[in-house]
Design a protein around this ligand. Structure first.
Ligand SMILES: Cc1cc2nc3c(=O)[nH]c(=O)nc-3n(C[C@H](O)[C@H](O)[C@H](O)COP(=O)(O)OP(=O)(O)OC[C@H]3O[C@@H](n4cnc5c(N)ncnc54)[C@H](O)[C@@H]3O)c2cc1C
Length: 438
């Protein structure tokens, strides 16, 4: 029987002709060569946390489960197999007294899956995961295994230098090859002092510059239909560690943010009219709290309530205006939205298809409860974001195509040229890539 692949949100699925779980670069290379000879397309999936059809295939689907574990480490770097889940890497690094400098807000993704779509957290100085990558091992469409690194100057193919392939393939959408190992820059493990407090959206908009420059990691969540936000400011701390008690951790991370929130979303889904009241009550219940804990435990949260998400990256200087216009849009509409809008920032990136390529960036993310999709909401916010040259997250819902994306990514044509050279037969294509890459 053929396996069906389903993503985390449950809005994407495909039944590939064949599924395999290679355990090494050589096994991946063999699988890619055989599939190409049989005229089959190939995708490697991560943990299925993308909201789009980017990981889907009707050909050969490679699963990450056997391609895991740390392979090697040295001074300030660690190489791990591409299918390793981030939470496994975090725990292994912690045992070695090491840590990633920054990460997103969950750690369920695989290393390759996360970097291929440009997964990011929030950071004044340190960018998304792909910006912490200093080397990649990958299998190209003809089955050749290549390694590329940040300072590399080798010629990979005629007209393809190592540095170009490295910058293109870090956020490569799985379109340039199957990544089999990732080398991250790591640092000695560190503590983060995390302060959560409610603030008005008006207050945030008035002090945005100071909030983003005074904090290493600023993240805030605006509750639609209210003027209230929950801000999270994470900054490095010399200690001592002051983690939450097991009960407090359960209360905040499991009960309030998942169990209770899920129940409220369920009520809101059945009776949309009460959503503004639910949001007002949630806003009134927000309180300040602080803790100091190991970095990855602060960065990563648990997300059990299923949602759909759209996120846009815009130049940082337009954040205030883009957010005010999004608030006005929601106030003028008759939509009822339970999920907060999340705002994060990142420094400029040099990975060609990073959503932060070449510019200091702000991210605005809209979520809806999975059982009550609201395409009109997403598309109207998209219209605002595209006026600011917005770039949609590669793993989240959007309606942009290659013609638009070529106008907002200065190296888009260079990426396509590289793809034409490395995968002329489009072994690694799928319907989603046909839309976004052409
Ligand atoms: C609850 C939740 C929270 C999230 N939080 C964040 C966040 O904080 N920040 C953020 O930026 N995003 C976030 N995301 C989005 C998520 O990080 C990305 O969609 C990410 O790509 C998912 O990784 P994955 O391992 O599940 O990969 P998948 O979604 O399975 O695959 C993603 C892409 O990577 C490709 N790929 C996977 N493995 C390989 C490989 N070995 N070689 C080549 N290509 C490969 C796939 O073909 C596909 O194109 C979140 C998503 C969810 C559902």
């Amino acid at each position: 029987m053929r396996d069906t692949f389903r993503n985390w949100a449950g809005n994407q699925s495909a039944t590939p002709t064949e599924t395999a779980a290679p355990a090494s670069a050589e096994e991946v290379a063999r699988a890619v060569r055989e599939a190409a000879e049989a005229g089959r397309r190939v995708r490697m999936a991560g943990s299925g946390h993308s909201f789009t059809g980017i990981a889907l295939t009707d050909g050969l689907l490679l699963r990450p489960d056997a391609l895991t574990g740390i392979r090697a480490s040295g001074d300030g770097w660690v190489t791990a197999a591409a299918g390793t889940p981030l939470h496994v890497l975090n725990e292994e690094l912690d045992r070695m007294g090491l840590a990633l400098g920054n990460m997103g807000d969950i750690s369920a993704q695989t290393l390759a899956g996360a970097i291929q779509t440009g997964t990011h957290g929030t950071g004044r100085d340190i960018g998304g995961l792909a910006d912490q990558v200093i080397g990649l091992e990958m299998v190209l469409a003809d089955g050749e295994i290549v390694t590329v690194s940040a300072g590399g100057t080798r010629k990979i193919r005629d007209g393809i230098g190592e540095r170009d392939l490295f910058d293109a393939a870090r956020v490569g959408l799985g379109a340039l090859g199957v990544v089999t190992a990732v080398t991250f820059r790591v640092e000695p493990s560190f503590l983060l002092h995390s302060v959560r407090r409610p603030m008005s959206l008006t207050g945030i908009l008035d002090t945005l510059g100071a909030l983003t420059s005074d904090n290493e990691h600023l993240d805030f969540f605006w509750l639609p239909h209210t003027d209230t936000c929950l801000t999270k400011c994470n900054n490095r701390s010399p200690g001592p560690a002051a983690p939450p008690s097991a009960f407090r951790h359960w209360l905040d991370n499991r009960f309030l943010e998942n169990t209770l929130f899920g129940a409220l979303c369920g009520i809101g889904g059945r009776f949309p009219g009460v959503i503004p009241r639910i949001n007002a009550l949630s806003a009134a219940a927000l309180s300040a709290s602080a803790r100091t804990d190991t970095s990855y435990k602060v960065f990563a949260t648990v997300r059990d309530v299923r949602f759909l998400e759209m996120e846009y990256a815009i130049p940082r200087e337009h954040l205030g205006e883009a957010l005010s216009r999004t608030r006005d849009l929601i106030e003028r509409s008759d939509w009822r939205i339970t999920f907060p809008i999340e705002v994060r920032v990142a420094p400029s990136s040099d990975a060609w298809l990073s959503t932060a390529y070449g510019r200091r960036t702000a991210y605005i993310a809209c979520h809806v409860y999975r059982p009550t999709p609201n395409p009109a909401y997403f598309e109207a916010v998209e219209e605002i974001m595209t006026e600011f040259g917005g770039r949609p997250h590669w793993g989240k819902i959007h309606t942009r195509d290659a013609a638009y994306l070529a106008t907002v990514y200065p190296r888009f044509a260079a990426f396509q040229t590289l793809r034409d050279r490395l995968d002329p037969e489009r072994v690694f294509a799928n319907d989603h890539l046909d839309t976004v890459l052409g």
